[in-house]
Design a protein around this ligand. Structure first.
Ligand code: GLN
Length: 543
């Protein structure tokens, strides 16, 4: 097993996850089976209880793991399926060690950060790295380990120590340390500044890790002088100083690292497979798309696009497949509401909605903006605009239908109005009312087709069922199903019990589809998720 450990310095948001995934692509292109682990030094057990506002989207895995969004990058870039243990958190490590202590496993010893926590981290990394991730039952041959946060954080110190020890456990020759840093540009002539990188490498080396490769985020390619200076001050060879400068799209990142010789430094042959060639074609294809398609995203965290990262990626995958350049019209849902105080904001939101060729209402929690989402669903239904509702997006469309088509004016979800008379959406009986962490209906579950012929089934292709990932507490009210279906909104996919609604499709509409699951987590570049592909096809007149 070859390990690539990726740490970061200076500041967050340098694209460490994309860099790490791109290195994984290069190893994969050399014919290796690649997996990844992400270390998040926070105390939460997982990302499930964390706000997308603060932390970006909660990514959901097949096994129901609610994890950091970087695992989504790895799944998409490497086309693998990871499990919840691929996301290490301090919460998980400490729980494990404390549990062992209570069992008496440490036999009278004082339990300490070194060696017990650092040992538990290494055991975890080594064991999970060997788990198959590519759908075969063969163990991976290379593992990317990304350390979250920046070097110097108090939280990450035990992990740096664990990784320092790890090189001796698995053999120094089997570990490559990559440090991602920033090279800012200053002054009238645009001088590339190396000092922040010098400092962060000094800090890392002080903790016992000497990077083999430096990857520097910068606006333009590093000059020869900058590379040489960094090499001299940071104790790396000049060839091992790479730059990840601005590029038109992220598919260029593996390519630009390869061009700078990363494969030679890692001693792998990146031309061993056709993979990089495919990336080249994809990167170029995306650069050359000119015809635009506008999709409205009616959400709540619209200032922070990280909160919807996988949805955005899925839209991009689908737009590429229909040869269109994607423009997302971000609409803050509450701005569509009739009592929104700022009239000009409201007009702007409605104009944006109306100029879009498709409407997407993504998942969400809490009641802010829900009425705006209901209005967006109504607009799409009545104007024959293609609509995709994901999770909450399915629920709001069902509420809208119950109110405006069935005439149950006060219909709602009991999430937002516990006492409403004709609830369209209700709390699922098996869900915990007292514990929020890890208790939703989570992970991959089958949806069985209920009808032979509908648009969404055709998009998914052959098979009696589809497996997609879930994350919800509420469902369409089983008592309402019959009335809803007889008015034309048909639940064409249900769970294995035949009771729970998973997919609806509206009869006589170009494309009005809602899914209770989150298809965005399984979309891949070159293999777009079918519900998204349907939306983009319908929006560009290709369905
Ligand atoms: N809040 C809704 C539920 O719990 C929708 C969840 C979601 O969109 N992920 O069912």
């Amino acid at each position: 097993m070859k390990y690539v450990v990726v740490s970061g310095g200076v500041l967050s948001g340098l694209g460490k996850g994309v860099t790490a995934s791109s290195i994984g692509v290069l190893l994969k292109s050399a014919g290796l089976r690649v997996t990844s682990l992400k270390i998040d030094p926070y105390l939460n057990s997982d990302a499930g209880t964390m706000s997308p506002f603060e932390h970006g989207e909660v990514f959901v895995l097949d096994d129901g793991g609610e994890v950091d969004l970087d695992l989504g990058n790895y799944e998409r870039f490497l086309d693998i399926n990871l499990g919840k243990d691929n996301n290490v958190t301090t919460g998980k490590i400490y729980s494990k060690v404390i549990e062992a202590e209570r069992r008496g496993d440490y036999l009278g010893k004082t339990v300490q950060v070194i060696p017990h926590i650092t040992g538990a981290v290494q055991d975890w990394l080594e064991e999970v790295a060997h788990r198959p991730a590519d759908g075969s039952d063969l163990p991976p041959e290379a593992c990317i380990i990304e350390l979250g946060g920046t070097v110097g954080d108090i939280e990450s110190a035990p992990y740096i120590e664990a990784l320092r020890q790890f090189q001796f456990r698995v053999g120094r020759e089997n570990v490559t340390f990559v440090h991602v840093s920033l090279v800012p540009v200053m002054g009238p002539v645009g001088e590339q500044k190396t000092k922040p990188t010098q400092h962060t490498v000094k800090e890392l080396r002080g903790l016992g890790i000497t990077p083999d490769i430096l990857v520097c985020r910068s606006s333009a390619p590093l000059t020869k002088e900058t590379r040489e200076k960094l090499a001299a001050f940071c104790h790396v060879s000049p060839e091992a100083v790479m730059s990840t400068h601005d590029v038109p799209n992220i598919y260029h990142v593996p390519l630009m690292l390869e061009e700078q010789g990363l494969c030679d430094i890692m001693n792998v042959d990146c031309q061993a497979t056709d993979l990089l060639n495919k990336w080249k074609i994809m990167a170029h294809h995306l650069d050359t798309l000119t015809e635009e398609v506008q999709i409205a995203m009616v959400g709540k965290y619209t200032d922070l696009s990280d909160a919807y990262l996988s949805v955005i990626k899925s839209l991009q995958h689908a737009a590429m497949a229909v040869d269109h350049k994607l423009t997302i019209n971000w609409i803050e849902a509450s701005h569509l509401e009739s009592d929104w105080e700022d009239g000009s904001e409201r007009d702007k939101a409605w104009a944006l909605l109306k100029q879009s060729s498709g409407v997407l209402v993504p998942g969400g929690f809490g009641d802010r903006g829900v009425e705006g989402k209901v209005l967006a669903a109504e607009y799409a239904r009545t104007s024959s605009t293609p609509y995709l509702g994901i999770c909450l997006g399915l629920q709001v469309a069902t509420i809208e239908f119950c109110r405006n088509v069935l005439g149950f004016e006060d219909s709602n979800s009991t999430e937002f109005d516990e006492n409403c008379k004709n609830p369209a959406v209700v709390f699922m009986p098996e869900i915990s009312k007292t514990h929020l962490g890890g208790t939703m209906r989570l992970g991959s579950r089958p949806t069985l087709w209920q009808v032979d012929d509908c648009k969404i089934r055709q998009l998914y292709g052959d098979g009696d069922s589809v497996d997609e990932r879930h994350r919800h507490r509420y469902e369409v009210n089983p008592d309402m199903i019959e009335a809803i279906e007889s008015a034309g909104l048909v639940f064409v996919g249900k769970d294995e019990t035949g009771q729970r609604c998973e997919i609806f499709e509206l009869e006589g509409h170009p494309y009005y589809v809602g899914v209770q699951y989150h298809p965005e987590f399984k979309s891949r570049p070159g293999r777009p998720s079918p519900p998204f592909l349907g939306l983009l096809k319908a929006a560009t007149g290709q369905l």
